[in-house]
Write a protein that binds this ligand. Structure first.
Ligand code: SAM
Length: 268
């Protein structure tokens, strides 16, 4: 297929990507036929997948609003994805125009789009990096320039850690990122799980192997461990639709089968 103008040169147009599949599920425009085909295959196995992804995006918006209202004005958003409606800097800067945001993604399409959207917004930046490489993220010039680690920061790890295989030791990377933060900082994590899921989900998980970032489903205890000794805010680590719903419709029929957990914790 021909490369659309918004897709950076050098990307593999014949291979679906996690960020473009997610973009499709949350109603974005930056996906190819190959991404939509994979999304539709995944949907056959897990009909509630689009709902779960939207619940993830809702959690992101609610968490950023809560954090901004709590006085947080700097965000490190890892695995930030292709910009879509309600990006972190938009939600945060609507409440505090001085809020600073550094986005990090491994996908060149997500990075190129973020660059285009952030052009002219000096309090934001995007870097192309692997979340598993915590040291290089923490020492990157944009992170050092925009974020002050002497003050509280919000670290966002939404929908990303399940793309990091055990061999890359996501727990060690998260621990390094959290260690770099002072008390008063927060971390938000959402993560796909097999808990409460039928066998079809495990079959759908294998489909993610068609992208360059296969999903690793993890159990609640393993996901809870990423928060270390930070204190989880109410309602704790719960299936996504149960995290601070704003409307009964947000909860849906079977929230315990959403296939992903989410939580927000504070460093005491
Ligand atoms: C499901 S999207 C989540 C987007 C956004 N955080 C949200 O919750 O709405 C996951 C993103 O993580 C990115 N990603 C996957 N593996 C990554 C890695 N090892 N390091 C950084 N980003 C990664 C993908 O490219 C994709 O854009």
């Amino acid at each position: 297929m021909t490369r659309p103008s918004w897709a950076p040169e050098g990307i593999d147009l014949d291979r679906p990507s996690a960020s473009r599949v997610y973009d499709y599920f949350v109603g974005g425009m930056h996906n190819f036929e190959i991404d939509r085909e994979l999304a539709q295959m995944i949907e056959k196995f897990t009909p509630n997948v689009a709902e779960t992804m939207r619940a993830n995006r809702d959690l992101l918006r609610r968490a950023v609003r809560l954090l901004t209202d709590a006085g947080i004005d700097q965000f490190l958003d890892l695995g930030s994805g292709i910009p879509t409606v309600g990006n972190v800097h938009e939600v945060a800067q609507a409440r505090n125009p001085q809020a600073r945001v550094v986005y990090v993604d491994i996908d060149p399409v997500a990075v190129a789009h973020s660059q285009a959207i952030l052009d002219g917004n000096p309090l934001t930046a995007v870097i192309h990096a692997d979340v598993a490489q915590a040291d290089s993220i923490l020492s990157s010039p944009d992170v050092r320039r925009l974020l002050d680690f002497e003050r509280p920061i919000a670290v966002l790890l939404l929908g990303v850690l399940h793309f990091v295989p055990d061999e890359s030791d996501p727990a060690a990377a998260v621990a390094k990122l959290l260690d770099a933060c002072v008390p008063g900082s927060y971390v938000a994590i959402t993560h796909a799980t097999a808990d409460g899921q039928p066998q079809e989900v495990l079959d759908a998980q294998k489909l993610s192997g068609r992208t360059s970032t296969e999903i690793t489903l993890r159990g609640r205890d393993e996901i809870a461990a990423y928060f270390g000794d930070w204190t989880l805010l109410e309602p704790g680590l719960v299936q996504l639709p149960l995290w601070r719903p704003e409307d009964p419709a947000d909860i849906g029929e079977n929230p315990e089968r959403s296939g992903a957990y989410g939580g927000l914790a504070k460093k005491d």
